[in-house]
Design a protein around this ligand. Structure first.
Ligand SMILES: CC(=O)N[C@H]1[C@@H](OP(=O)(O)OP(=O)(O)OC[C@H]2O[C@@H](n3ccc(=O)[nH]c3=O)[C@H](O)[C@@H]2O)O[C@H](CO)[C@@H](O)[C@@H]1O
Ligand SMILES: C=C(OP(=O)(O)O)C(=O)O
Length: 436
């Protein structure tokens, strides 16, 4: 188990460039299974989850060539579908959430897709019903082995396009169904589709491979199935969750930071939500400039004066993956905010650690926490903590960087799942973080 030692209480300064988006990478890497031709993807983040998925593709027989940092060419012309039935796959295949998205492409191209219960953050129940209901709608037969939590879909015929209304706008579920439907016979309509930039990028990429998807960016996707797809080149967008994390980091450590090349047009609510916390966010070309908040930041209230609520919602709502960051940043704001994590049940429990550090937080129930900011009148105290999930981990890291003294964060593999060389990159702008 890796550990970070952090010397906090110091302002940082400089420029930071976001990595490619983890959640987009996990989707677009799975598209390579849909064609025999070469697919080149750039701006792939060098993080544990993505590297595990690349290894899994290699185990399936996909040819992989690394062209340089973040750039790979894949060719799935000799896929070994038999790997899905090996013990090695049962052990490794579920070690990350993103591996679930190999199922749609494999089902569409080879008539079968299996997956052990996927991993990812332990942040509450994470159902897969939307994925499998979608495949069943396209004509696949579903089986589930309860004993070893092994899911499977099969078909002896080509999948058939149909109308479907998803029970919820699942991000990976929509991606999986889209990747199955692009090779189905006829037209598939997916209503209540998720439409995060990750999905917009996936659909744009599939269209450049020859798919016929319309409605991209909306919650109604119409897919006209094609017989085959070809190769393409695709560049992954900057990671909006990392960008939000750096905004929070800058505010809470009262640092002047420029976040480079953020792709402003794909940030949705993110800048506005941080502005509601009172944080100054300047647009400079395609960069974000955050000045040092020497006088702190004041949380806004609603027009009628009531306490601000920040809640998650499917896109174009605010992403749940940034609520933990918003929460930690609020602990030093002036004012109060209610954080309402609607999607996940166990994502707020990490606030106990912040409370130990001196933050004023009331955990009302597993979904809601009220934060009363210190307005920098009282600094958080350094402590030893364990990173429970990727975003809580980074929130604790931000708390540690703002705290007085030396903190220790254990289980930093959780952070490394999604943030590329975070220690080195933050050290380059003046943080004091040592990996021990
Ligand atoms: C690898 C990947 O891409 N992971 C992301 C993906 O996970 P993932 O695709 O697994 O998440 P889903 O979108 O399926 O659902 C997330 C949770 O929200 C609930 N839910 C979902 C939709 C909805 O309309 N109402 C609702 O309550 C689900 O029941 C589930 O508990 O999307 C999540 C939601 O943005 C993000 O936190 C994850 O970082
Ligand atoms: C919840 C997350 O990831 P995953 O779905 O991979 O667990 C996340 O990125 O915040």
């Amino acid at each position: 188990m890796g550990t970070f030692q952090i010397e906090g209480g110091k302002a940082l300064k400089g420029e930071i460039t976001p990595q490619g988006a983890k959640n987009e990478a996990l989707q677009v890497l799975c598209t390579v299974l849909l064609t025999t031709e070469k697919v080149t993807i750039t701006n792939i983040p060098d993080i544990i989850d993505v590297n595990k998925l690349i290894t899994l593709l290699g185990n399936l027989g996909v040819k992989i060539k690394k062209n340089g940092h973040g750039s790979y060419t894949f060719q799935a012309d000799e896929v070994n579908v038999g790997y899905l039935e090996t013990e090695a796959f049962k052990k490794e295949g579920g070690s990350l959430r993103g591996s679930i998205m190999i199922v749609g492409p494999l089902l569409a191209r080879f008539g079968k897709g299996y997956i052990p219960k996927p991993g990812g953050d332990k942040i509450g129940r994470r159902r897969l019903d939307t994925h499998f209901e979608g495949f069943i709608n396209l004509g696949a037969k579903f089986r589930y082995n309860r004993e070893d939590h092994f899911y499977g879909v099969e078909t002896t015929e080509r999948l058939k396009g149909t109308y479907m209304l998803l029970d919820e706008a699942s991000v990976t579920g929509t991606a999986n169904i889209v990747m199955a439907a692009v090779l189905a016979e006829g037209i598939t309509t997916i209503y209540n589709a998720a439409c995060e930039p990750y999905l917009q990028q996936l659909c744009t990429m599939l269209n450049s491979m020859g798919a016929k998807i319309t409605g991209v960016g909306s919650n109604k996707l119409i897919i006209e199935g094609v017989d085959q797809l070809g190769g393409c080149e695709h560049r992954i967008l900057p990671d909006m969750i990392e960008i939000g994390s750096w905004i929070g980091l800058a505010a809470m450590t009262r640092s002047e930071i420029t976040i480079k090349d953020v792709s402003w047009d794909n940030l949705g609510q993110i800048p506005n939500v941080f502005r509601k916390l009172g944080i100054t966010i300047e647009r400079r070309g395609d960069d974000i400039f955050i000045p040092a908040h020497k006088d702190g930041y004041q949380i806004k209230t609603d027009i009628d004066g009531s306490i601000l609520t920040i809640a998650d919602a499917p896109w174009p709502g605010f992403t749940p993956d940034l609520l933990s960051i918003v929460l930690v940043v609020a602990t030093q704001a002036k004012g109060e905010v209610l954080i309402h994590q609607k999607m996940f049940e166990s994502r707020l429990f990490f606030v106990d650690k912040l409370i130990d550090m001196g933050a004023k937080i009331i955990l009302c129930d597993p979904h809601r926490a009220i934060v009363i900011g210190h307005n920098f009148q009282s600094q958080l105290k350094a402590t030893t903590m364990t990173s429970p999930d990727i975003r809580a981990g980074v929130s604790l890291l931000i708390a540690a960087l703002s705290a007085k003294g030396t903190s220790t964060i254990q289980n930093i593999e959780q952070i490394d799942r999604g943030y590329e060389r975070i220690g080195e990159r933050l050290t380059a702008i003046g943080a004091n973080i040592v990996r021990v």
